[in-house]
Design a binder for this molecule. Sequence first.
Ligand SMILES: [Zn+2]
Length: 302
Amino acid sequence: MKKEKTNPKQCVLCHGIKLNYVESRGWDDLWECCVCKGVFAWPQLKYEELEQYYDDVTDLDYFSKYKNEALRRAKVILDFLNKKRVKQEVLDVGCGAGYFLKEATDQNWRVEGIELSKKVIERTKELGEFKIHQGEIKSCLDQCPQYEVITAQHILEHIHDPLTFLKQVHEKLKPGGWLVLAVPNYDSWMRQWAGMNWVLLREQGHLLHFSSRSLASLLKRSQFQLVYQTAPQWNALDLIWAWRQKGKVFELKEKESQQQGGVQKRSHEWVRQIVDLLAQPFAWMAQYRGRGGELLAFARKQ
Ligand SMILES: [Zn+2]
């Protein structure tokens, strides 16, 4: 039987009560808050309902697909923090396959991670021996000491109650400590062009969708001072792919992987490289205009 949809009473992010319906994702609806401009899915699927989804995303291929992007992001994050002369000590919440932990370790950082999936933790052993707390984020954080830096890369959009999560992260940071967040950019050209065909908008586990404004607003309400925010477009080819989706009606295809990055999959390597090179200025433009596919935010504990 089809699950009955109800209208949300308040914003998941700020508890504001003036809300606008945006669009349906089939299994849930997207709503926008008039106060903080955050977009959230309603009704929120419970963790148990998302179990199949999480089983799929902990499939080992899932992480390989995002490896290049994860490594590039890791370098940008560490460069920024190194320039600020931050003490090299980081907890990576939702560390996944461990690409960030590996890059930070190579740069002599002391690293720890939190990860739910035992299967995924096994995978990190290919990259090195890391201290990883296994379990739900909340209970793992409870047992952790304080850190200079906490990163949460593509985690926040999965969280049912982001305010409580950020409050807990705030407690686990040393005075003046840094929080680094990466989330999909709801205001990105990719979302604007591809709409529901953009895989990051459609992922069931993505309960929240942030713009630079709503992310800044959430950080402020969680007692963080936003120091720097940028919107990188890691993959120029994805931009071309999104452009080609303009005006296309969304239909669920059998193989998810063929939808995004179609240019990469179907073409010869040399064609892919040339197209990537030609598209690069558009990726820079996207970032410059705040329209890249990701939001990357650096904030300090107040
Ligand atoms: Zn709100």
